[in-house]
Design a protein around this ligand. Structure first.
Ligand SMILES: O=C(O)C(=O)[C@@H](O)CO
Ligand SMILES: [Mg+2]
Length: 260
């Protein structure tokens, strides 16, 4: 049975960020993920996890100036110092929350630019080496062009090949089903092929990125597929609720309270 993590960057936003942990736990989630914890102290985040008995499934490494459109540094040859600093910023949060995977964002760059590819490979190797002693995986996620124009990593097969070429045990794929459907389709077959390198899964409806209970994808089938493929990680519910978050949790009812 899949273990779902509420994405607190998109869900429960009827509440202030720190109160979303309590709301997610009250709704039956046993794990959470979010984009960035950096507006709060590691201690405050850890306290919300502790008092709600929640597991931290994932968060992202610092992306730069998100409001100004920066989406990470890893594929930016001119941003290696910022990349290294982002690792040092994230580590206290990783240690305080006990998270076991962090998302390294590539940034706005051209995947056909050799310098960007070289920079991304170096950044990924450096990040993996930095977090490996702490038992933390580094995941990379292809993003579709409609949501993130110009993002370097926009192809699942490119990401797959890079992970396999690097062949570093704690570098894995963040398989966001929403992006896979938009970029490529053929989701179940790509899950079957790539499952050995998958470190995290995320879900949302396509095309609206709402609750995983309507539109193009058959999520009850895909949830069973995750089980058939032996996926034992977290499934991040990374969607924008159509209305009040709790009113849209019917899809989640069979899974509430799952801890294994
Ligand atoms: O957009 C997504 O999908 C994500 O998972 C974020 O981490 C990056 O935008
Ligand atoms: Mg995602």
């Amino acid at each position: 049975m899949p273990r779902f993590a509420a994405n607190l960057s998109l869900m429960f936003n009827e509440n202030a960020f720190l109160d979303r942990f309590d709301a997610a736990a009250a709704a039956g989630f046993t794990a959470v993920e979010f984009l960035f914890p950096y507006d709060h102290s590691p201690e405050d985040i850890a306290e919300r996890l502790r008092r709600n008995n929640l597991v931290q499934a994932l968060f992202n490494l610092p992306p730069g100036d998100w409001a100004a459109g920066e989406k990470g540094f890893a594929a930016r040859p001119d941003k290696f110092e910022e990349l290294q600093q982002s690792l040092r910023i994230a580590l206290p949060y990783a240690l305080a929350t006990g998270v076991k995977r962090v998302h390294l964002m590539a940034g706005i760059a051209d995947r056909n630019d050799v310098a960007a590819v070289v920079a991304f490979r170096r950044s990924l190797a450096v990040a993996a080496h930095f977090f490996a002693p702490h038992g933390i995986d580094v995941v990379i996620e292809p993003l579709n062009k409609r949501d993130v124009a110009g993002y370097f990593l926009d192809d699942f097969e490119f990401a797959r090949d890079l992970i396999r070429e690097l062949d570093v045990p704690n570098v894995k794929l963040q398989f966001d089903v929403y992006h896979c459907q938009i970029l490529h389709g053929d989701v179940a077959m790509r899950l079957r092929e790539m499952m050995p390198i998958v470190g995290h899964i995320q879900i949302a409806s396509v095309p609206s990125r709402n609750e995983p209970d309507s539109e193009e994808l058959n999520y009850p089938f895909l949830f069973e597929e995750f089980d058939r493929l032996g996926y034992a990680g977290f499934v991040g519910a990374e969607y924008r609720p159509r209305g009040a978050t709790v009113d849209g949790l019917g899809w989640f009812a069979p899974y509430a309270g799952t801890r294994t």
